[in-house]
Each structure stands twice: as structure tokens, then as C-alpha cells.
Design a protein around this ligand. Sequence first.
Ligand SMILES: [Zn+2]
Length: 268
Amino acid sequence: MPEAEIGVFGGSGFYALLEEVEEHPIETPYGPPSDVVVIGEVAGRKVAFLPRHGRRHQIPPHAINYRANVYAMKMLGVQRIIGPCAAGSLQPHVRPGDFVICDQFVDRTSGRKDTFYDGPITTHVSTADPYCPQLRALAIATARELQLPVHERGTVVVIQGPRFSTRAESRWYRSQGWEVINMTQYPECVLARELEMCYVNISLITDYDVGLEGEPGITPVTAEEVMRAFRANNERLRELILRLIAKIPRERQDCPCASALQHARVHA
Ligand SMILES: [Zn+2]
């Protein structure tokens, strides 16, 4: 089995950057991941890349086998996962082109396989703080270094998709004060926690969801617009991730992720 210490759920834009990549098809007990895993080196660190939608973006958010993707990283020995994603903004001050290092999520998905623990060992991991505090701090510092427009915290509401929100849904989410909307953060980050891996999200804002109240010029998001905005910012995102990888300490310190299962099990 090949090895890697850091995992990235990214798109194909990353492949080109690595000089020598090896492709590894991986089978997991939960089925095949979205694609082959590509392993390469960044700043002397072994990094595994896996596009969560597949290389041809053929797997929609609700159909992704999140368990297989996350488990494949675990099988490689990955301890830290960087999970960038395209996302919409629910608030005027979070603008397209901004980066949000989310610290909370709200799950509005349904029917997704979102746990590795279906019994017989009943396991309840804490997700009070679902994202790794150590990786979040490093991601924020790195974004600041690169002078990127970054928000140090944010709540992402994860919708089931594949459709976008209605105006009423979007207004409801906005009125709760939530900043970001996306279709893939859940259960990816929780599954990483269940396997005691650190996970950090980098949301790249591509649009204003259904628009902005009082700003009739902004039209509701389309898939074409998301892809256009994502491509336009891909280079900055890549730079951010590569710099972040170089900064990650080899040992985990002061983060609860590595011992997430310690008090999580129910013993009769
Ligand atoms: Zn951690």
C-alpha cells in the first residue's frame, strides 16, 4: 500500500503542479473512491490528491461515496485533510473571490451515508468544533501571508442538492446569520473526525446564491457561473494549499482530532 501524510480533496487543477505523480487505484471496504488517488510530493511531504467529484466531474454531490473517499485517505496513512470547495455566499460582506475558513457547519442533507459506525460498537464523536483548530489557524495565517481576502470563521450550511436553493430557503439561511452554502462539506468533514484525522475547509466563494436583497442586478447562481468563478480563482487556491502544506508541522499538537474516539464509545 502506498503512503501519504496529507490528503487533499481537490480538483484536477492540482495534478499539473506535481512533478512526479503516481496513480493508485484503491479499493475500500465501503467501495471505490471517486477516482484513482494521485500521490506526489509538495515541500518534501507526501500528499495524496483525490478529486471528490471524479476527474471528469462526473459524480454529483449527493452521489459521492464520501465514506470511500475518506477511508481511502486513512488507508494511505493520511493524518491531515485539506478540503477546499466551491461555495455560495449568504451575506453581502462575503464576496465572490473571497476565501472562508469555516469553523461550523449546519447539515441540511438527507439520506447520505454519514458514519463509519453502524454498530456493534456504538460511537458518538463530538462535532461541537468540527474543524481542526490547528489547521484552521495555519490556513488563516497562510491566506493572510498571500494577501488573499479571507474570513477567519464562517458557518457553512450544507444542502442536499443537486438543485440550488429556493429564494425562501436562501432567505431563511441568511436570516440565521450563516455565511456560506455548499453541497459537499457534509459528511466529508465528520467522517474524517470519525477516523481521527484532522480536517480543514477552505471555501472559495463563487456566487451570491439566489442573489442579494435590494440588489436586483445580481442573478441567482448557475452551475456555469460556479465553474467559471472557480476556474478564475483556481490558481490562488492552489497557491494557498501548497503554502499551507509546507507549514503543517509533522507532529499533531494541541488538536483534539487525534483522540476523537477516546470518550466516544458506549460500553454496556
Ligand atoms: Zn486536528
